[in-house]
Design a protein around this ligand. Structure first.
Ligand code: AMP
Ligand code: MG
Length: 427
C-alpha cells in the first residue's frame, strides 16, 4: 500500500513549543477523585482551598520577648511593670487584662498579642529586674507582630484549582483543616517503542539487538510529571502491527511513540499515523538533539477511538513521535510532551523557564539549531558553573546519566566563551 505523503512541517524551537502550549490550553479538565492529604501531595488540586478562618487568627507575636506599647519606649532605657506572661496556646479561658501605659507582658513566639500592646521587643534587648523589665531598644508600632488576617482573611482563596500540591500547598490545606482533598485523576500516557532491533529488558539481546531503554526512561519522566505510564509491547518496523499498537495506544489520554520518525526506510511511524488520518501539527523542530520530533492529533472519528471524558472535550487524541535516540527521547519529552501531559493532568499552564549559569569552558557549535546539550552544574552558591558533558551524541545514555542539566544554545550562536552566562534547564 502506498503511504499517503506527509508534508514536512519543521518549526523553530519556540514555534514548536507554542504550538504545543496552544493545543494544551484547549484540553478539557479531567475526572476527579478524593484523596487523604498525604496521598494528595504531588497531585493537581481540583477544588479551591479557602481560608476557614483568618490567617493568623489572632495578632501573633513572632518573637520571644515583651509585648509593649511602642510609645512607652520614647526614652531609653525604659522601665515597664511586668503584669503577666502569655505563652503560645494560652489556657482557654485565660482572660488577659488589657495592657496599660507603663506595662509589659512577657510573651512567647506564636502567642496572641494582648489588647493595648502594639509591639514586641525581643528578649535580647531586655533585662528582668524583679517585677519590672528594663528595655534598651525602641520599637515601631507593629514590630514583631503579624496582625490578625494579615496573611489571608476568612473566606479568601489560598490555593487555586489547577495547582500541583507542593509542600507549601499541603501546609495550607493542613492549616485550613482539609484532611481530604479533591484532586484530578492522573492521565494515562501510553508509551510505544518501535524498532526491529529493540528487545525487552529481561531478554538476552543478540549481537546487534539492544534492550528497550526508552519505554522505561519515558515511564520515569511520565511518573515524575504526574502521569500514569501505560507501556505497550514493542512494535516491529512493520506497518500492520505498528498501526494496531498505535490504535491500542490511543485508548490512553496521550500517546508517546519512540523511534521510527527519522528519514530511514524503516521509519514507518508517520506513515502509519497518516493512514489513521492523523493531523500533523509539526513533523520536526530545529533543535538538537530531537530534530525529527512529531506532534499531532487524531480524531476519534479517524481512529475509531473515543475522546477522553468531558462533554466539551475536543474529539481528538494527541500523540508525539519522539526520536528513538535515548537522549533525544528524554529531551523531547521534557520540551514538548511534558506541557501536554500537565494539561491532561488539568494543571494550570506554566511557561518553560531557563535558569542562568556561567559557562565553565568554551562551546563551539554550528548555527541553525537550538541546542539542549547534556551538562553538569558545579561550583557552589552564587558561583554555580555549567559545563558540557563529553558525549558520543544523542545515543549516549552513559554521558546523559552523568549530566544534571541541559545547556541551551540559541540557533544564532556558534561560539560561547568561558565565563559567559548561558541558559540552563535543570533536570
Ligand atoms: P530511530 O529513531 O528509530 O531511528 O532510532 C534511533 C536510534 O535509537 C537507534 O540507534 C535505535 O536503535 C535507538 N533506539 C530506538 N528505540 C530505542 C529504545 N526503545 N531503547 C533504546 N534505544 C532505542
Ligand atoms: Mg527505529
Amino acid at each position: 500500500m502506498a503511504a499517503p505523503p506527509t508534508q514536512s512541517l519543521v518549526l523553530s524551537f519556540e514555534d514548536a513549543r507554542r504550538v504545543v502550549e496552544q493545543q494544551a490550553s484547549q484540553v478539557a479538565p479531567g475526572d476527579v477523585e478524593i484523596l487523604g492529604l498525604l496521598s494528595a501531595a504531588g497531585r493537581v488540586l481540583a477544588e479551591p482551598i479557602a481560608a476557614d478562618r483568618d490567617f493568623p487568627p489572632f495578632p501573633r507575636s513572632t518573637r520571644d520577648g515583651y509585648a509593649v506599647r511602642a510609645a512607652d519606649l520614647a526614652n531609653l532605657p525604659a522601665k515597664l511593670k511586668v503584669i503577666g506572661e502569655i505563652k503560645a496556646g494560652p489556657p482557654p479561658g485565660q482572660s488577659l487584662p488589657p495592657l496599660n501605659r507603663g506595662e509589659a507582658f512577657s510573651i512567647m513566639t506564636g502567642a496572641p498579642v494582648p489588647t493595648g500592646a502594639d509591639a514586641v521587643v525581643m528578649v535580647e534587648y531586655t533585662s528582668l529586674q524583679g517585677n519590672s523589665v528594663q528595655i534598651t531598644k525602641a520599637a515601631t508600632p507593629g514590630e514583631n507582630i503579624v496582625a490578625q488576617a494579615a496573611e489571608a482573611k476568612r473566606g479568601n482563596l489560598l490555593v487555586d484549582k489547577g495547582t500541583r500540591l507542593n509542600e507549601a500547598a499541603i501546609a495550607i490545606a493542613a492549616s485550613a483543616g482539609r484532611s481530604r482533598l479533591q484532586v484530578f485523576v492522573r492521565p494515562h500516557i501510553a508509551v510505544l517503542t518501535t524498532g526491529d532491533e529493540i528487545v525487552e529488558i529481561d531478554s538476552t539481546p543478540g549481537p546487534t539487538q539492544i534492550r528497550n531503554s526508552n519505554s522505561y526512561s519515558l515511564a520515569a519522566q511520565i511518573q515524575r510529571a504526574g502521569g500514569e505510564p501505560v507501556l505497550l509491547p514493542i512494535a516491529p518496523d512493520e506497518p500492520r502491527r505498528l498501526r494496531e499498537l498505535i490504535e491500542e495506544g490511543l485508548q490512553s489520554d496521550l500517546l508517546l511513540i519512540t523511534g521510527g520518525v527519522s528519514m530511514g526506510r524503516y521509519d514507518l511511524v508517520e506513515q502509519a499515523l497518516a493512514e489513521l488520518q492523523a493531523e500533523f501539527l509539526f513533523t520536526g523542530a530545529k533543535i538538537q538533539p530531537g530534530r525529527p520530533v512529531v506532534f499531532g492529533r487524531l480524531n476519534s472519528h479517524g481512529s475509531g477511538q473515543l475522546a477522553r471524558s468531558g462533554a466539551s472535550a475536543p474529539p481528538s487524541k494527541y500523540f508525539f513521535g519522539l526520536p528513538g535516540n535515548p537522549v533525544s527521547t528524554m529531551v523531547t519529552f521534557e520540551l514538548f510532551a511534558k506541557p501536554m501531559l500537565e494539561a491532561l493532568s488539568s494543571m494550570s499552564p506554566r511557561k518553560l523557564a531557563f535558569l542562568h549559569a556561567r559557562l565553565k569552558s568554551e562551546i563551539r557549535v554550528k548555527t541553525g539549531l537550538t541546542r539542549f546539550l547534556p551538562a553538569i552544574l558545579s561550583g557552589e552558591f552564587e558561583k554555580t558553573q555549567a559545563e558540557l558533558v563529553p558525549w558520543q551524541g544523542s545515543g549516549d545514555i552513559a554521558a546523559q546519566s552523568r549530566a544534571n542539566c541541559y545547556i541551551v544554545i540559541p540557533p544564532d550562536r556558534e561560539q560561547i566563551p568561558a565565563g559567559d552566562w548561558v541558559a540552563v534547564i535543570p533536570r
